[in-house]
Ligand binder design. Sequence first.
Ligand SMILES: O=C(O)C(=O)C[C@]1(C(=O)O)C=C[C@@H](O)C=C1
Length: 269
Amino acid sequence: HSLGPRNDEIAARPDLTVPTLTTVRGILSNLEAPIISTLVQRSALTTNPSLYQPSESSPLLHYIHTQELEAQKLHRFDYGRLEYPFTLPLISPDHASRANPFPPGRFHQDTFSRNANLTAFYTTTLVPLLASITTSTPFFYHLSNSTQNDVAALTLDAQLLALMSHRAHIGKIVAESKFAANVSGYTPLIYRRDASAIRTLLTNVTQEESVLTKAQAASRALASAWVSAGALVPSSFVASVQGAAVKVFRELIDITTQIEVEYLLQRLD
Ligand SMILES: O=C(O)C(=O)C[C@]1(C(=O)O)C=C[C@@H](O)C=C1
């Protein structure tokens, strides 16, 4: 399975062309509402910290694993889908050859996933923030008056992590479109394996600021909509969700950038 692609597997892989940078930025922007909506929903539940030990045997990762086994059968992690599992082996990388060339603009699968960084951020930074939003009336009601809803929380955690992961791994096609637009700029840096020069060339601080500003506005709008819709949330809810959303997008930009750099380092393999 993980011995690298077999020849028939490579031959079966389609030749996938990535969109231009403007279109890819639209694809990233289209993921902001679902990420923030899920974050808002998750913020209205209580948090049981024992589910989130930073380890591979945490209930969170166990729950994700059971979902991923089913998702794999439904092709969630197939070539070109830009969805990478947290608990299963990764798809094998592409290798260019005379028979199977990768001209600029063609997606080239690399060996990296940054999902471990996402779960580390989730468990060490985001979960404590979620836990501080003390929702005394989560939207699942139990006659026992228990406020604990572990499965409801884990379902949203899994969904939120999958969306964040998809967003970050779209960095691979951001990188391909930047490479295709500036082959002569990136090629020598790739041959020199100069990760920091590649990072400098692909970073766009203005774009980062615009992403963060939008995340702040979107989280205010979506969290306020919950209040207007009658959700029994604490008065600090909107501000807390906004703070969490900005942290999420700051982290997503950093991980997306790492994924772009790593993709380019392997682009000519
Ligand atoms: O839009 C880009 O140019 C990207 O590379 C994506 C992204 C992001 O994650 O939103 C990442 C790094 C850049 O500095 C700016 C934005």
